[in-house]
Design a protein around this ligand. Sequence first.
Ligand code: HEM
Ligand code: HEM
Length: 261
Amino acid sequence: MTDLNWIDLFRIVHPVFVVAFVFPLIGIVSAMAWQTRQRRLQTQGEGAKSRIPAVVGSEHVKYGKWLAGGVVGGSLLGLLHPSLKYMARNELFTKEPLQAYLVLAFFVVTAVSLGLLYLSREAPWTYIFGGLTAVGIVVLGFQDALFGRAPLFDATKYGAIFRRDFDWMVSHFYFGILATLLMVLSLATITDIYRDRSHTWRRLHGAMNAFALGVFLMQGFTGARDLLEIPLSWQEPAVYSCNFDRSSPLYKQCPPFENQP
Ligand code: HEM
Ligand code: HEM
């Protein structure tokens, strides 16, 4: 039915989840964000009325919470597959069990921090659990570098997470982390947005997340590109024997296959 091995099938879980669950929510949340802002501006004057119903703000927040959870959860899924592959490839469970179990523990701690962030309403708890979630995501992204197994800003195709440092401006990793951090920040500042009478938090939130919309769009592009570019596990030996060095005259050339049927 398919030439995908189970480990390759697992790679599809993150894109399917994001496309089927996160992207529709982005549409819903943005439409309500626009209405929330329009309603606020329309009702500013003395006795001014708006045709937009008052619940639109709380509906935006309700679906916003689902969206933020979906983005953080989706990023954890996106990080889990390459992490497990890296552990298997380097036999970390037998050779470096401390590292392997610490990385797995970080996945759990990050997910639990996110859960506690949902349960907390007041500072400093929102900032503590928001901070822990953010730190967890970043640590997982740089896991191989933090354990001294790879340079910090020179990710190769063989590292744990392919961070694409040499092309960071089109990196699915760096912008994925940025989008995730913006969602964590939105969750952690809900109370601040409501309490701030000067609307500074509200405006900051609107501007930051308008930027996040652009990042989400870019994730659609870089994610689809990565699906095309990352080889299936059984194709790796053939694909990685090709020349990826952009300064080489042999760039994009592959050795001829011998003993082909
Ligand atoms: C695509 C993502 C998002 C965008 C583009 C967005 C944008 C906006 C905008 C434009 C407003 C109205 C600001 C104004 O009145 O000037 C707003 C309000 C708000 N947003 Fe978001 N937002 C997003 C996601 C989130 C998330 C994930 C949360 C938290 C779970 C959140 C929480 C809030 C809160 C608490 C308000 C105030 C609501 C009210 O006035 O009743 N937003 N947002
Ligand atoms: C909300 C949007 C998205 C966010 C926040 C996001 C986030 C992430 C993160 C943090 C990673 C791990 C780092 C990496 O390997 O680059 C990742 C991996 C990946 N993502 Fe996304 N992503 C999003 C959308 C998409 C979409 C739409 C696709 C494809 C249609 C996609 C395909 C991939 C692929 C193929 C990987 C590599 C996974 C692997 O090596 O197993 N992503 N994503």
